[in-house]
Design a protein around this ligand. Sequence first.
Ligand SMILES: Nc1ncnc2c1ncn2[C@@H]1O[C@H](COP(=O)(O)OP(=O)(O)OP(=O)(O)O)[C@@H](O)[C@H]1O
Ligand SMILES: [Mg+2]
Length: 317
Amino acid sequence: MSLAIRAEGLVKHYGETKALDGVDLEVPVGKVVGVLGPNGAGKTTAVRVLATLLRPDAGHATVGGHDVVKDPVRVRSLIGLTGQYASVDEDLSGTENLVLIARLLDHSRAGARARAAELLEQFELTEAAGRPARTYSGGMRRRLDLAASLVGNPAVLYLDEPTTGLDPHARNEVWRVVRKLVADGATVLLTTQYLEEADQLADTITVFDHGRVVAEGRADELKRRVGGQTLQVRPTSLADLDAVQRILGDLTGMRPTRDDDTGLLTAAVSDPVLLSTLVRKLDEAGITADELALRLPSLDEVFLALTGRKAEEGSLV
Ligand SMILES: Nc1ncnc2c1ncn2[C@@H]1O[C@H](COP(=O)(O)OP(=O)(O)OP(=O)(O)O)[C@@H](O)[C@H]1O
Ligand SMILES: [Mg+2]
């Protein structure tokens, strides 16, 4: 398995803050590695080191076999970066933004226009191509950002929190684009605060906390460590608690946890299909519920399981 990115023992201090505290990271060619972590975990710092924008205090990293410190020019020729904050010029149109970048990358005038048109088409921005970027929605802007990082046809793409702050629809649009890029052979290093995003896009996930790697694995492996999904039921009448507890227990083969104060029953499930079975069983028993939900573990729960504490603690910047 050949590696597009290999980082070993990366350390970066900002004064007293240890933003990276000995990070190892490997990204195989053609794969998507998701770096998951709360605010201040060191995700952007790692991306900046790997993008040659920041020198590590210790450790080393290569991209496509080239050292990020010794050979930054070669590394830059391989990578595209979509930063955490939008980098397009608001006053320029979609076309103008992309043509500008293509010209900076030495495309001819005609070549630059052709590349811009091709990318705008690919990202479904052709209709908005002539409008200033400031008139774009959040999702369109993110797509333009992504397009901008692809002008030079990079083999390796860094996406730093590509969907933070986007609504679910815009998030889906970005996911679609990233999936397409990967299908076309790109290698992607993606940072995110959302387990679901890493789950949707990444082949493997590396969890960062306080500048360290605290866990690594496929999404399902991490979730199993967290306990997978849970089913929650709150019967309308407290008198039904015993009956619902029995039904839920039989269904999941697990002993549900029961909160007599709130009337909430919770059980871990391995198969989401159980939700509809539960609805049917409750219906047959003539029991109504005020609350009935299938929940995925949240990033907080992943964190709690991996680190024994909540994600917010100590992560405020
Ligand atoms: N230029 C800087 N000067 C001083 N401290 C910094 C600087 N950049 C980052 N830090 C600190 O380094 C730590 C890691 O920051 P980093 O931006 O890498 O985190 P992050 O995981 O990207 O967080 P977020 O999810 O908020 O983007 C934080 O404690 C942050 O305050
Ligand atoms: Mg960041």
